[in-house]
Design a protein around this ligand. Structure first.
Ligand code: SAH
Ligand code: SF4
Length: 352
């Protein structure tokens, strides 16, 4: 094995940090052999914190309306073909009831940036979910909001917030987003979420257009210094009605490699094997778990809207992706030596 490569991986395992250039070297010089060496260390690190447990979250896609125009996303406002919907409070509560019956203890409310979901509306929904399911965790993923808004939703009972940073490099960010969106504001949001006390998730798309190894190295450095409790990393997949429709999708191989790196950077991180990973490979989720991921987020949205929440081409929402098929997921995880557990699954370094 490349001795420098081995040295860097050993150093990462030991210190949970590397110089920027070393991350770049790791990514550029990876081989099947070094990837396996890294993967084994990532599995060991995850095992030492979480054993063989895989946590599940019920994902409820509350709105496909979005005021933003991110160039990669099928829900962007510029996509005239998209069918838009939003769930009512009652529909969301019904999803949670169904989820609770299936045993879910975390509900993720995700959606486009839809003005309908004002602070008052979301507060009311969060309070209602928490009142009906005491002890559950509510995760929000509703994009960029003001500090005051994040604070109000936290005070209403929201526990966690997912907001991928998308890229740590401002000029790369500008390539993926229209001018009215700024990298500085995204960073402001993440820092507010963190300081308010949310379990905070950042993350990236792997092989998004214009992404270089240096950008990925910067992303690894950002994850190392920001210290998220969760991290969403999945392959970029083109959507047919976006400016990036002809761009290439990210690979399972690079995504899994990065999952292993991230696990070694933060052994306690809650790291999903994402829907995007499952969408480009029938056993993508299994590969993600074996590379260091420990979370799966099955779809709990009403069946009638699932196809409309189309972030990218071929997004799965049935089969093992569906919350109703938990047994299927359980069996698939059992086959690779992992156990789906139904606890809240807080980050191991969070004390209640
Ligand atoms: N509006 C919220 C939540 C919905 S989008 C937000 O933007 O945070 C959730 C995530 O889906 C985004 O962070 C992005 O990383 C991912 N996503 C969007 N389009 C995608 C695509 N074409 N391929 C892969 N992931 C995509
Ligand atoms: Fe809207 Fe989120 Fe899609 Fe951007 S990524 S267009 S904010 S749903």
């Amino acid at each position: 094995m490349d001795t420098v490569m081995k040295l860097f991986i050993d150093q990462l395992e030991e210190n949970h940090a590397l110089p920027l250039k070393a991350y770049e070297y790791l990514i550029d010089n990876r081989t099947a052999e070094t990837t396996e060496y890294l993967r084994e260390k990532a599995e060991k690190a995850r095992r030492s914190v979480y054993g063989n447990k895989v946590y599940v979250r019920g994902l409820i896609e509350i709105s496909s309306f979005c005021k933003n125009n991110c160039l990669y996303c099928g829900l962007r406002r510029g996509n005239r073909e998209a069918e838009r919907y939003r769930l009512t409070k009652d529909e969301i509560l019904e999803c949670c009831r169904e989820g609770a019956e299936l045993g879910f203890q975390t509900f993720v409310l995700q959606g486009g940036e839809d003005a309908y979901f004002s602070d008052e509306v979301v507060e009311d929904i969060v309070r209602a979910v928490k009142a009906e399911h005491p002890g559950c965790a509510v995760t929000l993923s509703l994009g960029e909001r003001s500090r005051e808004s994040y604070q109000r939703l936290y005070d209403a009972g929201a526990d966690r917030y997912l907001l991928r940073h998308e890229t740590a490099d401002p000029s790369h960010y500008a390539l993926l987003h229209p001018e009215e969106m700024s990298h500085a504001n995204r960073m402001r949001c993440l820092s507010d979420l963190h300081s308010i006390g949310y379990q905070t998730g950042c993350g990236i798309m792997v092989s998004s257009p214009g992404q270089t190894t240096m950008h990925l190295a910067q992303d690894m450095k950002f994850i190392e210094t920001f210290g998220p409790q969760m991290c969403g990393v999945g392959p970029f997949i083109p959507h047919h009605a976006t400016p990036f429709k002809d761009e290439r999708a990210g690979t399972v191989e690079l995504t899994c490699f990065l999952l292993s790196v991230i696990r070694l950077i933060r052994p306690t991180v809650l790291l999903p094997a994402t829907t995007a990973l499952g969408s480009i490979d029938p056993i993508g989720r299994e590969k993600g778990i074996l590379s260091g991921a420990n979370v799966v987020m099955p779809n709990l949205s009403p069946a009638s809207v699932r196809k409309k929440y189309e972030l990218y081409n071929g997004k799965l929402s049935s089969g093992a992706e569906s919350a109703q098929n938990l047994e299927d997921l359980r069996e698939r995880m059992r086959k690779i030596g992992y156990e789906v557990v139904m606890d809240r699954g807080d980050a191991a370094n969070i004390i209640h």
